[in-house]
Ligand binder design. Structure first.
Ligand code: SAM
Length: 309
């Protein structure tokens, strides 16, 4: 990293000591951006993530930096070599690749919107073809045997389906008794009343409004704690908040914008105005109990219990 900076600095000196043409100015801006961008993406809080190619993280993102969030999750999730792990809502499979590389686990990289064909190519390129298995599945129709997994993880995806009170009971059935569950999701740092705070509801300078209808699935840590604690299919429920989560999200949005790799207009300005008062990340972990749960999303359930006649 240091070496790259030195080379960039030499190029900068070279450019600023001669008369600048328009192209030079653009080049200089590009070089400065690259350096600033790298500084935004290498975080002492995420040492494992810092070893990954920065462009790979930018090119495969679908929101906040999933690799950072996965690293934070694994600080408290005791993954062990050889475990079978479901990565639910894996998107472009960056987290699946990260888990396989960092913890030597086998990962079923499961997603709805991203085709397994593309994820497989990413997996092969990352050199973990023997450990990461991509497939497409909807979260309520998972094609796995009950009790198959040692761990289930979900990064920036659980909020899309997990707010349903019945969902945890369904998902936990795929864990072996004692198996571990860990999720990280965008969340509220405090409850929002009837009125959305102005800095989240008004257009940013780029015209994008942070708060969309989908943000209603952002809940507080207390909300998630209560939801999970009521469910007898899990125990040892713990929810906590990523310190400075808003700052990591803002920096990643800024880096994406600098690199011109953002899919949607940046939310950096709204996050900066927010300063973590409302927006951040919650991590939830739990362990499966031995409780048997019925699969309420199985279309054959009525026939099985003899009601469908
Ligand atoms: C914001 S993206 C995050 C992807 C990835 N985890 C990451 O952080 O880069 C949310 C992902 O959740 C998945 N998802 C949303 N609803 C889902 C559902 N009902 N079943 C399975 N996956 C779902 C989408 O396919 C999408 O890839």
């Amino acid at each position: 990293m240091k070496r790259t900076n030195v080379i960039l600095d030499e190029k900068l000196v070279d450019i600023v000591t001669k008369e600048l043409s328009d192209t030079d100015e653009i080049r200089m801006r590009g070089i400065m951006n690259q350096k600033d961008r790298d500084q935004l993406l290498i975080k002492k809080e995420f040492p494992r993530s810092s070893r990954y190619d920065l462009d790979w993280m930018l090119d495969n993102q679908m929101g906040p930096n999933a690799v950072w969030l996965a690293e934070w999750l694994c600080e408290t999730l005791p993954l062990e070599s050889g475990m079978r792990v479901l990565d639910l809502g894996c998107g472009r499979a960056m987290t699946s690749i990260f888990l396989a590389k960092e913890f030597d686990v086998q990962v079923w990289a499961t997603d709805l919107w991203i085709t397994p064909d593309h994820n497989w190519q990413r997996v092969v390129r990352a050199g973990v073809a023997g450990k990461v298995f991509p497939l497409r599945s909807e979260a309520h129709a998972l094609p796995f045997p009950a009790g198959f997994f040692d761990a289930v993880v979900s990064i920036d995806a659980y909020q899309y389906f997990g707010t349903d009170v019945l969902y945890l009971g369904y998902l936990s059935r795929f864990l072996a008794p004692g198996g571990i569950l860990g999720v990280v999701m965008p969340a509220l740092m405090q409850k929002i009343g009837d009125v959305i705070p102005d800095h989240l509801a008004r257009p940013q300078a780029n015209g994008k409004v942070f708060w969309e209808d989908g943000c209603r699935s952002f809940k507080t840590a207390d909300w998630w704690q209560e939801l999970w604690a009521e469910d007898s299919s899990v125990t040892d429920v713990r929810m906590d908040i990523l310190p400075d989560g808003w700052r990591f999200w803002r920096d990643f949005e800024t880096a994406l914008e600098m690199a011109g790799k953002n899919i949607f207009p940046s939310d950096a300005q709204a996050l900066d105005l927010d300063q973590g008062r409302y927006i951040g990340f919650v991590r939830g972990t739990a362990r499966r109990t031995r409780t048997e749960s019925m699969n309420l999303y199985d279309p054959g359930i009525a026939a099985q219990v003899g009601v469908d006649q």
